[in-house]
Design a protein around this ligand. Structure first.
Ligand SMILES: [Zn+2]
Length: 253
């Protein structure tokens, strides 16, 4: 229903040289879109931002909801949220029909997420990221996240979409009983689906991936350290311990 080419054209127009990090606030200003930061109590916040008609040059403003009134730089999350809302404004400006079904709504949400990832992480940076093994894949994630000021998750989405043999996931341990733990998949990014696991799935020790994650979690790995592993059916992987989670990179054989 939507034409993704419109947003692709905007990405090229808005950042022709593929410069990173993209100055999101500056971009909105240049487009004549007003940005309002509104402080809201966290418990009342059911969304991060929204678009409103306004008297600005473009005729729209983006309202960014924050919990903190003190001026602080935009976080990676907020940069992504603003880029996502910018896609909504661009679609509105081109007078695309509004979604009429739930399916249309989610399709537009995916388009806007995709736009945000591609705007904030220029194609040239994805192409120059050298990935030979799961270890360099994790290093690539860190590099993209730092250079483009995006979250590891956004970087993982973008990199996995560009390399079919690559998968990234984040998992957190969850206690079921006294000494019974499962690993809950917080997110998984994999374009060709060789690690076909839904987000939120809880894996136990009887599952190949679950036992791999649980063993790594229980090992003497320090925060920030990684471990190289090879598991049958899962290919090679590197798992890094984060303060409360594990970040893993997989490559198909
Ligand atoms: Zn949206």
């Amino acid at each position: 229903m939507e034409n993704p080419d419109l947003l692709t054209q905007y990405i090229t127009r808005l950042n022709p040289q593929g410069i990173a990090p993209v100055q999101v606030r500056r971009l909105l200003k240049d487009l004549g879109i007003e940005l309002e930061k509104r402080v809201i109590d966290g418990s009342r916040r059911d969304r991060n931002a929204f678009v409103q008609r306004s008297g600005s040059k473009a005729g729209y403003k983006i309202v960014l909801l924050r919990e903190d009134a003190t001026p602080s730089p935009l976080t990676s999350r907020e940069r992504f949220v603003l880029a996502h809302e910018l896609a909504h404004v661009l679609l509105e400006m081109s007078q695309r029909p509004r979604p009429t079904s739930k399916g249309d709504y989610w399709q537009i949400e995916r388009l806007c997420d995709d736009f945000a990832g591609r705007l904030l992480i220029p194609e040239s940076i994805v192409l120059e990221t050298e990935i030979k093994d799961p270890s360099s894949a994790l290093a690539g994630l860190r590099m993209i996240s730092d250079k483009c000021k995006v979250s590891i998750r956004t970087a993982a989405h973008r990199l996995a979409a560009s390399r079919p043999s690559l998968a990234f996931l984040e998992a957190r341990p969850k206690q079921k009983d006294a000494d019974d733990f499962v690993m809950r998949i917080t997110w998984i990014k994999n374009s060709d689906g060789y690690l076909d696991i839904p987000t939120g799935k809880e894996l136990n020790g009887r599952d190949v991936l679950g036992s791999l994650l649980l063993e790594t979690w229980r090992s003497d790995l320090q925060v920030g350290q990684s471990k190289q592993l090879e598991a049958s059916g899962l290919g090679k992987c590197v798992i890094r311990r984060k303060p409360i989670s594990l970040l893993a990179s997989f490559m198909e054989h």
